[in-house]
Design a protein around this ligand. Structure first.
Ligand code: GTP
Ligand code: K
Ligand code: MG
Length: 411
């Protein structure tokens, strides 16, 4: 029997089994069995070199966003509108057969947007080009799940399940469970939170299923069996996802309203422009501006402007940091500027929302916020500073000037 058939069989057994206190342990074990099989499914077949042809596209810019969805929901149309890179769009399914990259220029940052072939139910098991598409989703910082507002609402659930089946966790934080395998000593089980979904015995059974007999386990929150399995598997990818309902031009206003209220969702149309531009210019916005703003917020990018000593900051070229990837402390900023800067820094002067007063004298561990200005004072330099307003088109200087009135700049 193949792996997929075995998964199906266990799923069927789980569906047959009534959920109650008596079956809880058995169900937990079945869940662990499925998780193990799914992991096996993801491993490239033995002897295969490099895993066949994927959609390797070089990373570019300050972050990567993947367009995932069923065929013909408008992914390519959206890529073309947001990036200006042409990606073939047509009314038939599977128009796009490979990965097409484009670049969004927004807030002085560059974001790579990837158009992908449509995926279908069963993608996680290898149907269509599902596996390759999902691999690209895994390599992204944000997934835009594109849905057709006029189609079944079940699509959202089906796609989410497909991504979860291969270890993606959308809009979730990693479970607060400490887990460490040991060589000896048996299993030590501890918890700092009351557990209502799992108990010590069930944990032992799941670990037994994984043939783990020595380990340290500490639950720091009321986690579930699925959370515990995720931690044992250790290969989960926690990623943000925005559900984008496209084609709202073809559904009624009540539907638009309902979809817009779904969690992590936004409604758009790539067609309103053509239809209404002559009548109502405001509709020409298509809500794509909101989509861009939302996308940018979700990416958690932090722009930091560097201020050379005695000069105006450079507001045209921010250093772009990210709290999710690489971090956004003064140290991370220094590493972006030059690899020896951390070593040479005496302290940093920081203007902006992260500073308690402007400027604040900061060390390497200071967390920077979007549009902060940083001047690194080196060990051998005399701190002369440079009083004065920053000239620029960015709104950072205006805000900083505003602060200055309240707490005058000293540097
Ligand atoms: N009414 C309406 N049609 C749209 C909208 N966006 C795209 N379409 C149409 O939907 C069809 C499919 O668009 P594509 O951009 O090819 O969709 P896709 O998701 O890239 O499709 P595949 O590459 O085949 O997976 C095309 O005929 C588009 O013109 C929209 O907002 N409203
Ligand atoms: K299409
Ligand atoms: Mg397409």
């Amino acid at each position: 029997m193949g792996i997929i058939e075995r998964i199906k069989e266990i799923e069927a057994e789980m569906a047959r089994t009534q959920k109650n206190k008596a079956t809880e342990y058995h169900l937990g074990q079945l869940k662990a069995k499925i998780a193990k099989l799914r992991t096996q499914l993801l491993e490239p077949p033995k002897g295969a070199s490099g895993g066949g042809e994927g959609f390797e596209v070089t990373k570019y810019g300050h972050g990567r966003v993947a367009l995932i969805g069923f065929p013909s929901v408008g992914k390519s149309t959206l890529l073309t509108m947001l990036t200006g890179t042409h990606s073939e769009a047509a009314s038939y399914e599977f128009t796009t057969l490979t990965c097409i990259p484009g670049v969004i220029h927004y807030n002085d940052t560059k974001i790579q947007l990837l158009d992908l072939p449509g995926i279908i139910e069963g993608a996680s098991e290898g149907k269509g080009r599902g596996r390759q598409v999902i691999a690209v989703a895994k390599s992204s910082d944000l997934v835009l799940m594109v849905l057709d507002a006029s189609k079944s609402e079940g699509h959202r659930q089906i796609l989410t399940k497909e991504l979860e089946a291969v270890g993606l966790r959308l809009n979730k934080k990693p479970p607060q469970i400490y887990f460490k395998k040991k060589k000896t000593g048996g299993i030590s089980f501890n918890t700092t939170a009351p557990l209502t979904h799992i108990d010590e015995k069930l944990c032992y059974q799941i670990l037994h299923e994984y043939k783990i007999h020595n380990a340290e386990v500490l639950f720091r929150e009321n986690a579930t069996v699925d959370d515990f399995i995720d931690v044992i598997e250790g290969n989960r990818k926690y990623i943000k996802c925005v559900y984008v309902y496209n084609k709202i031009d073809v559904v009624g206003i009540d539907d638009v309203d309902r979809l817009a209220r779904q969690p992590n969702s936004i409604v758009i149309s790539c067609n309103l422009k053509a239809r209404y531009q002559m009548l109502k210019p405001q509709l020409a916005l298509l809500n794509l501006d909101r989509l861009l703003a939302r996308m940018w917020d979700e990416m958690g990018l932090v722009r930091v402007y560097s201020k050379p000593q005695g000069q105006q900051p450079d507001f045209d070229e921010p250093f772009v940091l990210s709290s999710d990837r690489g971090g956004c402390t003064v140290e991370d900023f220094c590493n972006h500027v030059h690899r020896t800067l951390v070593k040479d820094m005496k302290y940093a002067l920081v203007w902006g929302t992260s500073a308690r007063h402007n400027p604040q004298n900061c060390g390497l561990s200071q967390h920077l916020e979007d549009e902060d200005v940083v001047q690194v004072v080196k060990k051998k330099e005399r701190d002369e500073g440079g009083r004065g307003r920053f000239k620029s088109h960015s709104n950072a200087p205006a805000r900083i000037a505003d602060r200055e009135k309240k707490a005058p700049l000293k540097q």
